[in-house]
Ligand binder design. Structure first.
Ligand code: A2P
Length: 316
């Protein structure tokens, strides 16, 4: 197993189980299978709508196996409808209740975007959004700092933040984010973000590490296959006698990132963890660098408003 460390010495496994899009009635079994296979890290979020089922699975595991709460690392994320300072801790407590836990190892601000307090689901109009002047990110962040001070979470961080937003938060707060969880894969390598986070001791978690089963419009226009079908990735996989998915997961580990491949399929859950059992060579990594084409699957456009409250979410 391969771990990275937070500044206080706490460890996080570089390969965790993702639960975004994990279907109802499957996610609980997936979590149990992962923990029995040797995973120690599960990535969750309130908006995934499956924390209650994960909570039942965790309770079952603690009752019926040797695995203890302290042996594992659980992340969750604050949804955009609870960014006001008075909403943060109640939202966190709801997640803790759903997950049947006393504390989280890591709590992330899911997006640098605020909705009206308590808005259910996704916004339908501009009025459903609160601007960052109305609820500045620092307000949400300081409430997360308070949650950490209260012992409800051990570490705090952000997700989908640009370098500019990270810098802004770090200038305004005495407490720097300990993690930025972002979309990352060979088609979107974000070298500048990696260098920035490395310099400031912010860990990075790669989401959508396998790319996607879908192709972006640019990929379709350029007649590019998905990452799992990419010729170069598959040639490297054949050389190491592993699968394309294992190459993609190992790519993140080799770059010093954490990654959270989602699967509800037992054999794939096992396969993904065993991506730690081989090493890509520098020549493989050099080749994979050529795939950096800035193809983003989660483009943030769904949060852009026509009144300009939100545009260019990633500050690019
Ligand atoms: P499934 O859950 O049905 O096993 P990402 O984490 O990059 O979003 O990728 C998740 C997608 O990739 C899911 O559709 C998942 O399917 C699939 N997947 C996960 N692990 C593997 C693997 N080892 N090989 C092929 N597909 C995988």
């Amino acid at each position: 197993m391969s771990y990275l460390k937070f500044n206080n010495g706490d460890r996080i496994s570089q390969v965790g189980l993702g639960t975004w899009k994990s279907e109802e009635n499957k996610v609980g079994e997936a979590v149990k299978h992962a923990l029995k296979t040797g995973y120690t890290h599960i990535d969750c979020a309130a908006i995934y709508g499956n924390e209650a089922e994960i909570g039942e699975a965790l309770t079952d595991i603690f009752k019926n196996s040797d695995i203890k709460r302290d042996d594992i690392f659980i992340t969750s994320k604050l949804w955009n409808n609870a960014h006001r300072k008075e909403d943060v801790i109640p939202a966190l407590k709801q997640t803790l209740s759903d997950l049947q836990l006393d504390y989280l190892d890591l709590y992330l601000m899911h997006w640098p975007v605020a909705f009206k307090s308590g808005l259910y689901g996704f916004p339908e109009s501009n009025d459903d959004f609160l601007s960052l002047d109305e609820v500045p990110l620092i307000e949400t962040w300081e409430a997360m700092v308070e949650a950490k001070n209260q012992g409800l979470v051990k570490h705090i961080g952000v997700s989908n933040f640009s370098i500019k937003k990270l810098e802004d938060l770090m200038n305004k707060s005495d407490t720097a984010p300990e993690m930025n969880q972002i979309e990352l894969h060979p088609y979107l390598q974000q070298e500048e973000m990696l260098n920035f986070c490395n310099k400031h001791q912010i860990l990075i978690t790669a989401y959508s590490p396998l790319g996607s089963q879908d192709r972006t419009p640019e990929m379709k226009a350029n007649d590019e296959p998905t990452l799992l079908d990419n010729q170069m990735v598959n040639t490297i996989a054949e050389k190491h006698k592993v699968t394309a998915a294992q190459v993609l997961i190992n790519f993140h580990v080799s770059r010093g990132c954490i990654t959270i491949p989602k699967s509800v399929t037992p054999s794939r859950i096992e396969q993904n963890l065993s991506s730690l059992e081989f090493q890509l060579e520098q020549s493989d990594l050099n080749q994979l660098k050529e795939l950096d084409k800035h193809y983003r699957y989660v483009n943030g456009k769904f949060f852009e408003t026509s009144d300009g409250k939100y545009h260019n979410i990633y500050d690019e």
